[in-house]
Design a protein around this ligand. Structure first.
Ligand SMILES: *[C@@H]1O[C@H](CO)[C@@H](O)[C@H](O)[C@H]1NC(C)=O
Ligand SMILES: *[C@@H]1O[C@H](CO)[C@@H](O)[C@H](O)[C@H]1NC(C)=O
Length: 309
């Protein structure tokens, strides 16, 4: 151990240091600490080495990925295989007690206060309200299908969590009923949602309430739920069919699926075709407006859209 490396100026500091570490090994360490310039060189060499290794690893990973998967989409953190895809029931083939369970859940939502904090209206009305507010953003745009899919998902959750419904959202396969739309079970006062008719629905549980619907596209305007199915049944144009049903046959839907080459094409043909003809020309009334969810305590066109994968 040589004391010549310890300068007089740093003697006091070194004494402190010695007090803290009095073992011979520590003394040795102190004496063999590299001098300042040597430490800089070591540090620089370490950094160079680190950058070289990091650069090599990064570039080889990137290059390999580029070569093997030129258009690979980054994997999302939550991307997992979909092992369980629940299957929503078709209204036409649901057992009677399941239909009643669904209708009861809708009534329960209609009797609970608005979760959005709106006065005089219900949790059911929240869905109508939201739809009236976003209608121009969520129709005739790419977002149309994903939005409605999500919208129905939230509604389904409300039915389950707040309506006491222990099932999945049913759908109405309108293609099945396109050959005789007025005879569909969805208009049945017991097994469905009340008359097809013209004007206020006249039977079924939702007719009994009177002014059941609380919103129109103009805001809070309590009114009876209306449909105008007969308007397009009495004055049948051969090319459209009863309730414009020639625009929503199984063949039409199959053609849209088979012939569309892009999402845009598919979405436009579906929205301007079966969707529009059912909403506006087929059923009409509330269903023809921005407050269409008023008519959609029934499994209606939007719910069916939500089945599209
Ligand atoms: C409309 O509001 C009334 C009063 O709050 C409520 O009884 C009724 O169920 C509501 N209608 C719907 C469709 O929620
Ligand atoms: C709620 O209903 C009352 C009584 O019908 C009415 O005076 C009030 O304007 C309604 N509130 C809203 C926000 O429309």
């Amino acid at each position: 151990m040589s004391s010549s490396t310890v300068s007089r100026n740093s003697l006091e500091a070194d004494q402190q240091w010695l007090l803290r570490s009095s073992s011979p090994e520590n003394d040795l360490d102190r004496d063999e600490r590299p001098s300042k310039p040597r430490r800089h060189i070591v540090a620089v060499l370490c950094l160079v080495l680190m950058f070289t290794v990091a650069g090599y690893v990064t570039s080889s990973v990137l290059l390999n990925n580029r070569l093997e998967h030129p258009f690979r989409i980054p994997k999302l953190p939550h991307e997992e295989p979909c092992d369980f895809a629940p299957s929503r029931p078709s209204w036409n083939s649901m057992p009677r007690h399941r239909r009643h369970a669904f209708i009861s859940a809708v009534q329960r939502l209609a009797s609970k206060p608005s979760r959005l904090g709106l006065s005089n209206t219900s949790m059911y009305d929240d869905f109508v309200y939201v739809h009236t507010k976003v209608v121009w953003q969520v129709h005739h745009h790419a977002i149309s299908l994903p939005f409605h899919r999500y919208f129905v998902h939230i509604f389904e959750q409300a039915l389950q969590n707040d309506g006491g419904y222990d099932g999945l959202m049913p759908y109405w396969d309108w293609t099945q009923d396109s050959s005789d739309p007025l005879a569909s079970i969805v208009w049945d006062p017991w097994a469905g949602f009340g008359s097809a008719g013209n004007g206020c629905i006249s039977d079924g549980v939702f007719a009994r309430v009177g002014k059941f619907a609380n919103y129109t596209e103009n805001g809070y305007e309590p009114h009876c739920v209306t449909r105008n199915c007969l308007a397009h049944a009495d004055a049948v144009d051969e090319s459209d069919g009863v309730m414009h049903s020639k625009h929503w046959t199984p063949a039409i839907v199959k053609a849209i699926i088979d012939d569309s080459t892009t999402y845009r094409d598919f979405r436009q043909r579906l929205e301007e075709g079966p969707h529009k003809h059912l909403h506006a020309y087929g059923i009409g009334g509330d269903m023809a407006s921005a407050s269409s969810p008023n008519g959609q305590f029934i499994p209606q066109p939007k719910h069916t859209l939500s089945r599209i994968p």
